[in-house]
Write a protein that binds this ligand. Structure first.
Ligand SMILES: [Ca+2]
Length: 203
């Protein structure tokens, strides 16, 4: 592997990222600098990722959710993210096309990576999402979705599934596209806020 000089973004990688994300050359250079500073090894470990994520949620416990997000980003499952994986992932989850975002959401929910989503997997992610919502905010959730169990039941019912059924990627994407309510139930509803903080951090 051609290891590029530390401190500068290789031309190849720059072209690649300009093509695959919405970020400009200037932004990518700036991101790269701060990435190098935070992660001199050129890779973000899961622990580092969790600690960055946690700093956005002082009143809650996002470590479980961060662990799932990290897994969904770490596509070759080597336990770290390099600069390219990191930038592409942030692009996809913040400003990617709807289909790309839903493919990512499917990967997030497919905890064991076997290509289908089980009800247990929905419960696991929803539980992690709840840990990021402060107890105060949880009081304002609608009655039929104010616990992880109720919310998972609601999602499962929407897809018309029996307890032991599975959801395929195609069904998942179609279902969410057909019903905005489901999108709201499956996602953590402050992604914009998180993104703003991430952007701030990159300055
Ligand atoms: Ca699965």
């Amino acid at each position: 592997m051609g290891n590029t000089k530390s401190g500068s973004l290789s031309k190849e990688l720059l072209e690649d990222l300009k093509l695959n994300t919405r970020y400009s050359e200037e932004e990518l250079h700036a991101w790269y600098q701060s990435f190098q500073k935070e992660c001199p090894s050129g890779r973000i470990t899961r622990e580092k990722f969790e600690s960055i994520y946690s700093s956005f949620f002082p009143d809650a416990d996002p470590s479980e959710y961060a662990r799932h997000v990290f897994r969904s980003f770490d596509t070759n499952a080597d336990g770290t993210l390099d600069f390219r994986e990191y930038v592409v992932a942030l692009h996809l989850t913040s400003s990617g096309k709807t289909l790309q975002k839903l493919e990512w959401a499917f990967a997030l929910y497919d905890v064991d990576g076997n290509g289908t989503i089980s009800k247990n997997e929905v419960q696991e992610i929803v539980k992690a999402i709840f840990k990021m919502i402060s107890l105060e905010d949880q009081k304002y959730l609608p009655e039929d979705e104010n616990t992880p169990q109720k919310r998972a039941d609601k999602v499962w019912k929407f897809f018309g599934k029996n307890e032991n059924d599975k959801i395929s990627e195609g069904e998942f994407i179609q279902g969410v596209m057909d019903n905005k309510d489901i999108l709201r139930l499956i996602q953590f509803d402050k992604p914009q806020k998180v993104q703003e903080k991430l952007d701030e951090k990159q300055q």
